[in-house]
Design a protein around this ligand. Structure first.
Ligand SMILES: *[C@@H]1O[C@H](CO)[C@@H](O)[C@H](O)[C@H]1NC(C)=O
Ligand SMILES: *[C@@H]1O[C@H](CO)[C@@H](O)[C@H](O)[C@H]1NC(C)=O
Length: 500
């Protein structure tokens, strides 16, 4: 659909340019009219083909047992109106093909899967700005997720190198003769802009290799040239494809879910130990659990904030929703109990008993462990980044995506869904919801239609509809502004999403 929309608009421009640049005789006029007419039919056929494909996809589930119970409410599933917007990642006319250079950049990527993915896409752009040849990044093996995967275990390495050929030269390894060359070891300053990296190019006078110690959030979200922003999109959405093993299983899971339920919600349930420890959210947990989380926070050096008051944190809307809260939320939004819900998550803190309230409201809650066979998942065991990649694929392809916490994965999935055509992403208003949940608990409000009205109203404008990326919130000064801007990858509009 998206591609089809782009081709005709280029044709149209070409025709228009020729039309204006020539004196037209009646014959050429007639010819153009016929051409235009033909083109219109061509466009119509392209679009109607897409509609047909969608129709067959949707009607192709005769053996579907959940469907019969499901009361279809378009509001629950339809993508928000996107007004003819589509992805646009082509370079501008000024963009020059990369020449390649003898300056090399080696990278140690840090964080979980999505922090690494967006960081790598940024490093592609940085290598372009600095005229460097990029060496395939090393992945983080020491984060909470302790995954020993190499780049090629998670990503399609050859595709990555080839699809960015015009942009940046990428090699698998540093050339042998440079292995022992002195390297400039750099911690790039967070959220830096063009001039920072252009200045750093001075390092090439002294060094042939720069080693980058961290890849996350090193590049500003805004005020970069259009071609650099589009390169980030090409890198993340096109070049950083998962390895065939992951892509194939991901696709199979999506097909299985569709055949089970026609529509499904993916909930990114970030109710995992590291997140609860990091945010200091212990609402509803036992004192032993709270203490375990406090100790983890105490002992994790790179988490700077150690003293957290859980209830202050929760009231400010800064905690991940609990599984029970997710259940109340989905029900209040109007999703029927038969709704198929895929939980994208690592290990839920407290295990399955903590999920009982959610599963009693929604019996069709599934995980990758229940949708895939043990055999299929065997290749991925002990590789948290690879299983996170499966969750990523299933989440991007879901009919509605609901993140319980706005972390790296939630932002990346939301941005990708916007890029692919503003698929529905419902972002919980956690601060507003906490007020509602507290009223429920105190008996000042009952579940049912009045709760539902409040929650629906609260989320009317939180469904992933098109809007330009937000700048920094008001009142923040200096470099802190850069940190609090909306992330480029959460919403690559307007640079990578355009009107024809
Ligand atoms: C990169 O190379 C181009 C041409 O090869 C040059 O014009 C530009 O100044 C270089 N940029 C930096 C940051 O060195
Ligand atoms: C946390 O904050 C709440 C509300 O401000 C307060 O009532 C409570 O005593 C605080 N808890 C601790 C352990 O300091």
């Amino acid at each position: 659909m998206v591609k089809a929309g782009r081709i005709p608009s280029n044709f149209r421009n070409l025709t228009a340019v020729k039309f204006l640049s020539q004196k037209s005789s009646p014959f050429t006029l007639a010819l153009y009219t016929i051409l235009l007419f033909g083109l219109t039919i061509f466009i119509f056929l392209l679009y109607s083909k897409d509609f047909d494909e969608q129709k067959t996809l949707l009607s192709n589930d005769a053996h579907n047992h959940l469907q019969s119970q499901m009361i279809v409410d378009n509001q629950l599933w339809d993508a928000p109106f996107s007004n003819g917007l589509h992805q646009c990642v082509k370079p501008t006319a000024e963009y020059k093909v990369a020449q390649g250079s003898n300056y090399y950049m080696t990278i140690k990527s840090n964080g979980g899967l999505n922090q690494m993915r967006t960081g790598i896409a940024d490093m592609v752009a940085v290598a372009r700005i600095m005229n460097a040849t990029l060496v395939i990044p090393q992945l983080d093996k020491h984060s909470f997720w302790k995954d020993s995967s190499m780049f090629s275990d998670i990503f399609d390495e050859l595709h990555f190198i080839e699809s960015l050929q015009q942009d940046v030269k990428i090699v698998k390894e540093l050339p042998k003769e440079l292995e022992n060359a002195p390297r400039a070891r750099k911690h790039f300053t967070s959220w830096s802009g063009m001039s920072y990296y252009e200045d750093l190019s001075q390092l090439w006078k002294e060094y042939q290799v720069i080693h980058v110690a961290k890849s996350d959030s090193r590049l500003a979200n805004n005020n970069l040239p259009l071609d650099i922003q589009r390169l980030r999109c090409r890198a993340l959405y096109h070049a950083l494809r998962f390895s065939p093993l992951i892509e194939n299983l991901g696709k199979r899971l999506v097909e299985r879910l569709r055949s089970l339920g026609r529509w499904y919600i993916a909930v990114h349930l970030r109710y995992e130990k590291d997140m609860l420890a990091f945010t200091g959210c212990t609402y509803g947990l036992s004192s032993a659990e709270s203490e375990e989380l406090r100790l983890m926070r105490e002992n994790t050096n790179h988490w700077k904030i150690k003293k957290i008051n859980s209830s202050v944190q929760r009231n400010a809307g800064l905690c991940p929703l609990t599984p029970k809260e997710v259940g109340i939320f989905l029900q209040a939004l109007g999703y029927p109990p038969s709704t198929l819900i895929y939980i994208a998550a690592g290990e839920i803190y407290g295990g399955s008993s903590r999920l009982s309230d959610l599963t009693s409201r929604f019996p069709n809650v599934v995980f990758k462990e229940t949708v895939a066979t043990q055999e299929e998942l065997k290749a991925f065991s002990n590789h948290a980044s690879q299983t996170a990649a499966l969750d990523y694929i299933v989440s991007v392809e879901s009919n509605a995506f609901i993140p319980s916490y706005p972390g790296n994965m939630a932002r990346a999935v939301e941005g990708h869904r916007r890029f692919l055509g503003h698929r529905k992403t419902i972002t919980p208003d956690r601060e507003g919801l906490i007020g509602v949940f507290d009223k429920l608990e105190m008996g000042q409000l009952q579940e049912g239609s009045s709760l539902s009205d409040i929650v629906k109203k609260m989320h009317k404008n939180r469904q992933g509809a098109p809007r330009k990326r937000g700048g920094p919130p008001p009142g923040i000064k200096g470099r802190m502004r850069l940190r609090y801007e909306e992330s480029f990858y959460e919403n690559p509009f307007p640079e990578c999403i355009c009107k024809s």
